[in-house]
Every structure is written in structure tokens, then in C-alpha cells.
Design a protein around this ligand. Structure first.
Ligand code: 5GP
Length: 189
């Protein structure tokens, strides 16, 4: 069965607040063979985030050591913090035929596509920038400065959505989930 086949990569990018985490959680629940790639970051955990579940939180010193040792499958600086995907996690899972869902930004997506050209790429759009601002504000976790920065970054990311094979507008969660399932199914996952 599946187990002997090399796994596949699904890259999902979206501006912060576009609903990506909810969508990714739904995919991992839906597809038995799909694992979520937990990223490493140098940013501080938010009050509801858990080490090893949402992220591995590491120091900038550690992060840079991994850059030096070539341990990242991809890495990027996003909103002033470093984020990276561990290369061995990717290669180990793919080699045993597991599919991997990567929730990474546009810079990281470009690096993964270069390394793994067969990756499926999906961009999640918020319904509008106004909705995005409301979602970021209602999260209550970030200061106005941080939110402004994230919105500025969102505009830049949305400008690059042409890089992706699929674009989903998350104006209705149920619809967005179904669209994602269909895309991932098409890859025989
Ligand atoms: P947040 O701080 O809101 O969790 O994530 C900020 C941004 O960093 C999001 O766009 C998210 O997709 C991106 N991100 C999270 N993990 C990684 C990663 O491992 N690599 C890259 N390149 N981006 C990441």
C-alpha cells in the first residue's frame, strides 16, 4: 500500500489571520496519512500556544546554529523573527511514505518548491484586508504595532499568490475545508 511510496508535500501559505491554522488542523484530522510539520521559531509563544504542538520555540542563537549546519529544509525571517522547517523531519517522513502539510510563508514555499518540485502549493486568501484586521484584533494577542506590521506583510504576501497552484478564499470555513480536501485528494493522498 501507500507505505512503500514516497510521501508528498502540501504547502499552505496565508497571511496571519486568514484561518490557516484551523484549515490545517481540519486536514490532518481528515487524512490519516498526513502529518503536520511543526516549525521552529524564535518568536515568543502566544498565551495559548504549546511547545512542540504549535511550534518549537528556540533562541536566535540556536536557530543560527541550524542555519550554519544546514539543518533547515527552508527558513525565513518573517515579521522580525526566524521560522524554519527541519530538513530531517521532512526527509524521514517522505521516505516512509507519509505526506506532510507545511504551513509556511511565501519565502519558505519558494525554497521547498526548488528542493521538492512535486509539491502541491495552496494559498489561502482572507475575504478582505478589513476582515483580516478584525480577525487579528479579535485574537487579542498582538499589539497594534504588531497587527499593522502583519497587515503590511499580508499585502505583500497576497501580491505573490501567483506563485501558487491553487488559491482558496476563506470566506466560508466549511467551503474552504471542502476545497482543500478536494485539492489534496487529487494528489492521491
Ligand atoms: P505566526 O507567527 O503568526 O505563527 O506565523 C507568521 C508567519 O510565519 C506565517 O505566515 C506562517 O506561515 C509563517 N511560518 C510559520 N512557520 C514557518 C516556517 O517554518 N517557515 C517559514 N518560511 N514560514 C513559517
Amino acid at each position: 500500500m501507500k507505505q512503500n511510496l514516497p510521501g508528498k508535500l502540501i504547502i499552505v501559505s496565508a497571511p496571519s489571520g486568514a484561518g490557516k491554522t484551523t484549515l490545517c488542523d481540519a486536514m490532518v484530522r481528515h487524512f490519516d496519512n498526513l502529518v503536520y510539520s511543526i516549525s521552529y521559531t524564535t518568536r515568543a509563544p502566544r498565551h495559548d500556544e504549546k511547545e512542540g504542538e504549535d511550534y518549537f520555540f528556540i533562541s536566535e542563537h540556536e536557530f543560527k546554529k541550524h542555519i550554519k549546519n544546514n539543518n533547515w529544509a527552508e527558513w525565513a525571517k518573517v515579521h522580525d523573527h526566524y521560522y524554519g522547517t527541519h530538513a530531517s523531519f521532512i526527509s524521514e517522513n517522505l521516505s516512509v511514505g507519509r505526506d506532510i502539510l507545511l504551513d509556511i510563508d511565501v519565502q519558505g514555499a519558494k525554497q521547498i518548491i526548488q528542493r521538492y518540485p512535486d509539491s502541491t502549493t495552496i494559498f489561502i486568501m482572507p475575504p478582505s484586508l478589513d476582515v483580516l484586521r478584525i480577525r487579528l484584533e479579535s485574537r487579542g494577542t498582538d499589539s497594534k504595532e504588531v497587527i499593522d506590521k502583519r497587515l503590511e506583510n499580508a499585502k505583500q504576501e497576497i501580491d505573490k499568490k501567483g506563485l501558487y497552484q491553487h488559491i482558496i478564499v476563506n470566506d466560508d470555513l466549511e467551503n474552504a475545508i471542502n476545497e482543500l480536501i478536494t485539492i489534496i485528494h487529487e494528489k492521491n493522498i
